[in-house]
Design a protein around this ligand. Structure first.
Ligand code: GDP
Ligand code: IMO
Ligand code: MG
Length: 413
């Protein structure tokens, strides 16, 4: 069997958690492959909202949760989510890669200091220690899950970090070892074996394509590669096992933190969308910035991920608006362009050109009908918008998520 990857096509919070949950049914394993507790993935099942920062949200559908080598393991978030798994009746033990680097309290402190130092050009990080922990990884001085268990030169490593950063690591390694020992293992071996024996693996991306350290809006990005290819790099699954790459986008755009956002809107429409869509960060509670859909950016995101199929979420949030807009190209230096990649380095200078669509209205009953009977039951104006989007992206849309609850999902047959 093959390896499917769910990735965000925008600046995060596209609804990857919910889509991963929907697509994780029947999978043997679901893995996070980058980032740490900066992610916030929510899945609502019935009346219960499950919020994950560290484990892949898709595991609620049954598969074994895995944290791959390219992730940062945040012990506090991990411990909290072990309890969440228990209360949800999950039956698998999570598996954590020996190669995952551990985020120490020191990294959070350094993250805060860096942000303060940057002053008005602060990135607006989640302050979960992500940048500093990945920096230590690249400096080859980080502490990995494997180091903790083997205890090999752990004391020296910690002392080195203390000297390097001038900050107390602030962690009880014995306690940490006790916490992680039962879960640490060989992720590469496990996942490859699952695939070889015919099982399906899903890789659950965190953040979004435009927050990718190489392909996003640097420096207003996170410190890892968020795109699909990193799913293979981080897990040790060979790219020859690639199945479907599923790109997730909202029916509009949001962004948390600083950085350019060409289609950003403010005012009453933005307020309506923010309130209706609950657009406040899962991890930090910050209000998310709101904007219309950005076709050049989405096309770029589909390209760099090699997206095979798209899932569009939260079209229900736009319900009731008289019109809905989408940016189809930009004007830069008086010239029109639809190439996002050419202007990635000066995105703050582009002016969006919009196309306008008639809005749609959906009520709970209408949504249920669409879920039961399928795509053709979606409101005609919404269908028109989605089919237009599909033509713009030149990728098929196979899933429309039309409500927060997990079952409010229309799969196109
Ligand atoms: P992620 O980081 O990409 O997993 O997304 P988040 O979980 O941070 O943010 C998406 C939010 O929207 C969560 O609260 C989801 O429960 C919710 N959500 C997902 N899909 C839909 C949808 O189709 N409609 C509505 N109204 N909410 C949704
Ligand atoms: P999910 O997985 C939205 C943003 C932060 C900041 C930048 C860098 O829920 O989509 P970091 O703490 O990573 O150093 O912050 O990235 N950011 C996210 N925005 N969703 C996320 O994750 C994010 N993770 C980080 O707001 O702008
Ligand atoms: Mg999120």
């Amino acid at each position: 069997m093959s390896v499917d990857v769910v990735v965000g096509l925008q600046w995060g919070d596209e609804g990857k958690g919910k889509i991963s949950y929907v697509l994780s049914r029947g999978a043997e394993a679901v893995a996070r492959f980058q980032g740490g507790a900066n992610a916030g993935h929510t899945v609502k099942i019935g009346e219960t909202r499950y919020k994950f920062n560290m484990l892949p949200a898709g595991c609620l559908a049954g598969p074994r949760p895995v944290i791959a080598s390219g992730c940062l393991l945040d012990p506090e978030a991990f411990e909290k989510e072990l309890q969440l798994l228990q209360t949800s009746g999950h039956r698998h033990q999570p598996l954590v890669s020996m190669g995952a680097h551990i985020v120490l309290p020191m990294h959070r402190e350094l993250d805060g200091r860096l942000e303060s130092l940057r002053g008005s050009s602060a990135v607006g990080t989640t302050r979960r220690g992500i940048g500093p922990a990945y920096a230590d990884k690249m400096l080859r001085v980080g502490i990995r899950v494997g180091d903790l268990l083997s205890r090999r030169s752990l004391g020296e490593k910690v002392e080195f970090l203390r000297r390097l950063h001038g900050v107390e690591p602030g962690v009880d390694f014995e306690k940490l070892e006790k916490l992680l020992r039962p879960f640490a293992g060989n992720v590469q071996g496990f996942l490859n074996e699952v695939v070889e024996s015919g099982g399906r693996v899903l890789l659950e991306g965190a953040q979004g394509t435009l927050l990718d350290i190489d392909h996003g809006t640097y420096p207003y990005v996170t410190s890892s590669n968020t795109i699909s290819a990193n799913g293979f790099v981080s897990t040790g699954l060979p790219i020859s096992r690639k199945g479907q790459i599923i790109g997730v986008t909202k029916a509009y755009t949001t962004r948390v933190g600083a950085g350019p956002f060409p289609t950003e809107i403010t005012g009453p429409t933005a307020e309506t969308i923010r309130e209706k869509g609950g657009e406040y960060g899962t991890t930090t509670g910050r209000p998310r910035r709101i904007g219309w859909l950005d076709i050049p950016a989405l096309r770029y995101a589909c390209m760099v991920n090699g997206v095979d199929t798209v899932a569009v979420t939260k079209s229900d949030v736009l319900s009731g608006l008289p019109t809905v807009k989408a940016c189809v190209r930009y004007v830069v230096d008086g010239v029109e362009t639809n190439c996002f990649g050419d202007f990635l380095h000066r995105l703050d200078e582009v002016q969006p050109v919009y196309e306008e669509f008639r809005g749609w209205s959906v009520d709970e009953d209408g949504l249920r009908r669409a879920v039961e009977k399928g795509w053709d039951e979606l409101p005609p104006n919404l269908r028109e918008y989605l089919e237009w989007l599909e033509k713009q992206l030149r990728v098929n849309i196979s899933i429309a998520s039309v409500g927060e609850e997990a079952s409010l999902t229309v799969t196109r047959r």
